[in-house]
Design a protein around this ligand. Structure first.
Ligand code: ADP
Ligand code: MG
Length: 340
């Protein structure tokens, strides 16, 4: 076969393999876009575990009519423009791949109205070359993305979708993770027309604790120990359960607002809890690490689950010490503080 440039849709479908694994990953990408757009209200409607339909509606900045087509193309982003930006990423997105990838493996419509524009417009990418169709529609300020029939044109991928129930559990977990990362944003999640989760904006301390209980359960909310530690530009705060939990699901770690599963961090946490937990218990925590964006590389993994710290040892030891101090603190000092 001679060398040829792949058609746009096929190239996007290949890229989609990296970021769009299942409905929950679509939701992660879309919610991150809404957050990057400054939304403080994000509504999700899911039908049949996301197999059939995913709808997200936000009240963010919106996309101007002229840029709707661009937003759907690959490597199109408003978030970075040069290598310097890549070295200190402040937004959740930056690869410019999500919308192009999702629209290559599903029927996607993007509808948006910036406050400055009188009319909302809707875009849909179709065909081999993903030609974009535009039409005016009615829509409030903000953006909606509807994703129908995920993987309808990639049967091999579709086969890997689990039951609607399992896929919905992944979606629910994704929304929980994000809800714990932004207490200043209201989230709601409907499944098959039923409102299942509602996390109102939580700005006061009481409201934050309420959200923590909603997401992690009443027991976690009531027993959690707050932690707050700072060293050489590193800040760690959040909550943990001194005695751990029998459930392995209460482990949330954020680096500059981004949820992570990182080996180095896990190691530091396990070490801090060592010898303290009952044999059937696991560490339980919601922790937020903040550090200079230049000190961490988030461009390691397409789905951005992993990071690389420039000063790995320092970060590891800082987390370990901060947790060890907190864990050894006597129970009567328990109180809940602000996580941010
Ligand atoms: P990235 O987030 O990496 O920039 P995406 O493909 O996810 O790439 O989105 C492409 C662009 O479309 C974004 O950079 C942004 O300008 C715009 N965009 C996407 N979703 C929204 C949204 N909900 N509100 C406003 N703009 C959006
Ligand atoms: Mg994005």
């Amino acid at each position: 076969m001679s060398i040829q440039i792949l058609p746009a849709r096929l190239a996007n479908q290949i890229a989609a393999g990296e970021v769009v694994e299942r409905p929950a990953s679509v939701i992660k990408e879309l919610v991150e876009n809404s957050l990057d757009a400054g939304a403080d209200k994000i509504e999700l409607e899911i039908d049949r575990g996301g197999h059939k339909r995913i709808l997200i509606r936000d009240n963010g900045n919106g996309i101007v009519q002229d840029e709707l087509e661009l937003a759907l193309s690959r490597h199109a982003t408003s978030k970075i423009s040069c290598l310097d930006d890549l070295e200190q990423i402040l937004s959740l997105g930056f690869r410019g791949e999500a919308l192009a990838s999702i629209s290559s493996v599903a029927r996607l419509t993007l509808t948006s109205k910036p406050a400055s524009q009188a009319q909302a417009w809707q875009a849909r990418a179709e065909g081999r070359d993903m030609a974009v169709q535009l039409q005016p529609v009615a829509h409030p300020n903000g953006t909606s993305v509807e994703v129908l029939d995920l993987f309808f044109n990639t049967p091999a991928r579709r086969k890997f979708l689990r039951s609607e129930k399992t896929e919905f559990q992944h979606i629910d977990e994704t929304v929980k993770r994000i809800a714990l990362s932004r207490f200043d944003v209201a989230f709601s999640l409907k499944h098959n027309g039923k409102l299942l989760r509602h996390y109102p904006k939580a700005e006061s301390q009481v409201a934050r604790q309420k959200r923590l209980s909603l997401v992690c359960g009443q027991a976690f909310g009531q027993q959690a120990l707050s932690i707050q530690s700072e060293y050489q530009g590193l800040i760690l705060n959040g909550w943990l359960l001194n005695q751990g939990s029998t459930s392995q699901d209460q482990q949330y770690f954020y680096v500059n607002g981004r949820m992570m599963r990182d080996k180095l961090i896990n190691h530091a946490i396990r070490q801090a809890f060592e010898g303290i937990l009952a044999p059937d218990c696991h560490p339980a925590y919601v922790l937020y690490l903040q550090l200079d964006a230049k000190e961490v590389d988030v461009n390691v993994h397409p789905a951005k689950h992993e990071v690389r710290f420039h000063q790995a040892r320092l970060v590891h030891d800082f987390i370990f010490r901060a947790l060890q101090d907190a864990i050894e603190r006597p129970q009567f000092e328990e109180e809940l503080a602000q996580p941010q």
